[in-house]
Design a protein around this ligand. Structure first.
Ligand code: HEC
Ligand code: HEC
Ligand code: HEC
Ligand code: HEC
Ligand code: HEC
Ligand code: HEC
Ligand code: HEC
Length: 415
């Protein structure tokens, strides 16, 4: 590895950052990125020589965790080599989990939104240049510029504004199902004790840090929020760790160490509970919540999945990534998931056929045997009955309960 690095230094110091010596995918790079990556290479080599064991740190990486000595390259840098993944990921809801106000499609297409509750009137006004959040009690008015829009509005979008140097979460949010404003979930204050309280909830400190680390990339430095560093949205480096060293090293000589985290190396339970669970909330996090998060825990898929009777959270066919590719849009429609269930639960009457498939064919890996019973009721659209949609009060949305089960009519929601 050390030899490898010295070779890289020679190449770099002779300034031979030319097309001819670079692999084809790098030759495609925009000159700006080639320049930027060359610079990164120098800095990471300087670091690398001081701390030769650094590469191993990546094996312990988890989302939302800082890696103090690593630099971020930004999503465009990854896109220059990982073309397909970048194209599809940039359209996902996760990729748009956070945006600066000027880039919110909701704000752009809704120049004026209003909401009224008791003595207070709310108004969100966007004129293309400015986005303001205003609340009045008829006598006084609070008006502040919206800085960030949280959420891709699959369900909702919540606005964060700044006032007197502090950050606030707007008391009202946009909901797609009603195409308008309503109370932000968990934030209704009826009646609000003051205009200030009616407008928004102060989230300065720990809470803002949490919001931005789940919805964005790179904003937390030495445990402090540094919004000037923020890359909005869940991007490549949110999940794979800061990629400055990787991007620079891959340019010249892909070596033994990738300097990047590949979640494929995780066992199923760590992937679901610790990796996706870092934001979607795993079983350990929910166990600490009062009342196990009550019915809101329907949004905490890793926790729900973990408690599905008969479904082993260690089985790879049951990982978050078995059903969802984080680089692609969420697949919608009940039939889209049937094959995931029927690998283990052969449809009724099809046992014979599956049995035959399980016979190993010479030279091929045998198909894993089914391990579950067959459904006595239906042979398709499994998730429509066994992963029921649950309405969360105030969310104007039915979330998919990831606790796979026989949901009987009239039965209480199992926490
Ligand atoms: C100069 C080209 C280049 C750039 C820029 C680049 N990569 Fe890579 N990356 C590669 C190559 C080459 C590999 C190894 C072959 C492969 O898996 O495609 C790789 C592999 C990976 C892997 C798999 C690692 C493993 O252990 O299997 C991940 C994850 C990854 N890159 C993420 C990123 C991210 C995130 C960025 C942006 C910060 C990025 N890459 C930027 C070239 C690049
Ligand atoms: C850094 C935090 C973070 C991590 C890690 C993370 N997610 Fe997400 N995910 C989010 C946020 C935030 C949203 C909400 C996006 C929105 O609609 O605004 C989301 C949304 C989703 C959605 C819904 C997409 C839609 O169209 O509504 C799926 C599916 C999903 N994540 C799957 C995963 C899987 C699988 C993993 C693990 C491989 C994962 N996520 C890891 C933060 C994260
Ligand atoms: C622990 C990580 C975490 C924190 C902290 C967090 N979120 Fe989220 N948020 C998520 C995930 C994951 C989702 C998507 C899961 C779901 O569907 O509920 C989400 C969904 C949302 C949505 C709905 C997006 C959609 O799909 O339409 C909004 C709005 C939102 N969050 C705003 C906020 C705001 C504002 C804060 C801070 C006050 C915050 N979140 C803090 C992880 C987090
Ligand atoms: C929400 C988390 C998340 C985001 C965001 C994300 N990835 Fe990944 N990535 C994963 C997971 C999980 C895997 C492992 C998938 C598996 O087990 O097959 C992975 C695997 C990879 C691999 C290795 C594929 C292999 O076969 O080993 C590459 C390369 C990669 N991602 C690049 C990217 C790039 C580039 C981006 C940004 C455009 C990105 N990822 C964004 C979670 C994420
Ligand atoms: C057996 C398949 C399966 C597995 C495993 C799975 N999901 Fe889902 N997930 C679904 C289905 C089905 C939907 C609903 C799709 C639709 O909207 O039609 C969904 C929807 C979601 C959504 C969107 C919000 C909602 O309630 O509709 C998020 C976020 C999500 N899954 C995250 C995860 C995470 C995180 C994991 C890992 C703990 C996971 N899922 C594991 C099948 C699965
Ligand atoms: C990795 C294999 C596996 C996968 C994938 C799987 N199951 Fe199961 N499932 C089992 C096993 C094992 C049991 C327990 C024995 C039994 O009842 O068949 C079970 C039990 C069940 C039960 C009965 C639960 C109860 O409370 O008695 C239902 C319903 C069910 N599964 C539906 C599904 C659906 C729907 C899917 C797809 C979203 C699915 N399963 C995916 C293996 C699996
Ligand atoms: C229309 C709703 C519906 C659909 C669709 C459906 N099921 Fe079921 N399923 C049920 C009901 C209801 C039961 C409980 C039957 C009973 O115990 O009377 C059940 C029972 C089961 C059981 C437990 C069987 C046992 O003997 O304990 C499994 C496993 C199962 N379903 C899997 C599936 C799979 C896999 C699919 C898709 C191929 C599917 N179901 C589609 C309603 C449905």
């Amino acid at each position: 590895m050390r030899n490898n690095r010295q070779d890289l230094v020679c190449v770099a110091s002779r300034g031979r950052c030319r097309r001819t010596i670079l692999p084809r995918r790098i030759a495609r790079l925009d000159p700006f990125w080639r320049g930027a990556l060359c610079l990164l290479l120098f800095s990471c080599l300087a670091f690398g020589q001081a701390r030769p064991e650094k590469a191993t740190d990546f094996s312990h990486f988890r989302p939302r965790q800082e890696m103090p000595d690593e630099s971020f390259a930004g999503r465009e840098a990854c896109a220059s080599c990982h073309v397909e993944k970048s194209r599809s990921q940039s359209h996902t809801a996760m990729g748009h989990a956070l945006s600066i106000a000027a880039e919110s499609a909701v704000l752009r297409s809704h120049p004026r939104m209003t909401f009224r509750a008791g003595a207070y009137s709310y108004e969100i006004v966007s004129d293309g240049r400015k986005n303001s959040y205003c609340v009045t009690d008829g006598k006084e008015t609070i008006s502040a510029p919206i800085l960030y829009a949280f959420g891709n509005a699959h369900v909702a979008q919540t606005y964060v504004y700044a006032r007197n140097g502090r950050l606030y979460e707007g008391r009202v949010s946009y909901y797609t199902a009603i195409d308008g404003l309503d109370w932000t979930i968990g934030d209704a204050l009826n009646p609000a004790p003051s205009l200030e309280e009616a407008a928004g909830r102060d989230i300065s400190g720990d809470e803002a840090r949490n919001c931005f680390s789940c919805h964005g990339t790179a904003a937390v430095v030495n445990t402090k929020l540094q919004l000037d560093r923020l890359i909005p949205g869940v991007t490549c480096e949110t999940c794979h760790g800061p990629g400055g060293s990787h991007a620079a090293l891959m340019l010249f000589a892909p070596g033994k160490s990738m300097y990047i985290f590949n979640p494929k190396t995780l066992d199923t339970e760590s992937l679901s509970q610790e990796f996706c669970g870092a934001c979607h909330r795993g079983v350990d996090t929910v166990a600490m919540m009062p009342d196990l998060g009550s019915i809101s825990n329907v949004r905490f898929q890793p926790y729900r999945l973990f408690n599905s009777r008969g479904h082993d959270p260690k089985d790879t066919r049951f990982a978050c990534t078995a059903c969802h590719d984080p680089h692609e849009d969420l697949k919608q429609g009940d039939t889209a998931y049937d094959a995931k269930c029927t690998t283990c639960h052969a449809p009724r009457g099809a046992e014979q056929a599956t049995g035959q498939k399980n016979i190993a064919i010479a030279g091929q890996r045998p198909v894993l045997p089914s391990t579950g019973k067959s459904c006595p009721v239906a042979s398709e659209r499994c998730v429509s009955c066994h992963m029921p949609k649950v309405e969360l009060p105030g969310a104007h949305f039915k979330f998919t309960d990831h606790r796979i089960r026989i949901a009987r009519q009239g039965e209480a929601y199992p926490y």
